[in-house]
Design a protein around this ligand. Structure first.
Ligand SMILES: [Zn+2]
Length: 110
């Protein structure tokens, strides 16, 4: 499976670069040694999903584009993790996505 801009986990990983919990100081354990690219964000997003992180799109106009909570805070707040998939690709995500794809293409060509 490749990066899926409609998957909020993939999208949030791309948008935020890595996932920081909004409820405490937890940061999702990302891999600084790997090449940054869509595959990388996809892996981070899907790993966070498997590990029980909560990622949800915020209402338009909110300070952060995504609500991110670690598994600890999810249970602390008594929340339920639902894996929602967007019907449409958020414009900001699509833009970053296209930019990254262009860079990746350049790297392959060089
Ligand atoms: Zn937390």
């Amino acid at each position: 499976m490749a990066f899926d801009p409609r998957d909020v986990y993939d999208a949030a990983a791309l948008y935020d670069m890595w996932l920081n919990c909004h409820g405490c100081i937890n940061t999702f354990d990302f891999e600084p040694n790997r090449t940054i690219g869509l595959e990388y964000y996809h892996d981070i997003g899907q790993r966070a999903k498997r590990d029980g992180w909560l990622v949800a799109e915020q209402e338009e106009g909110a300070d952060d584009a995504y609500m991110v909570l670690c598994p600890h805070c999810v249970s602390r707040y008594g929340l339920e993790v639902r894996h929602e998939r967007n019907v449409r690709i958020p414009p900001a995500i699509e833009e970053i996505c296209l930019a990254m794809q262009a860079v990746e293409k350049e790297q392959v060509a060089a």
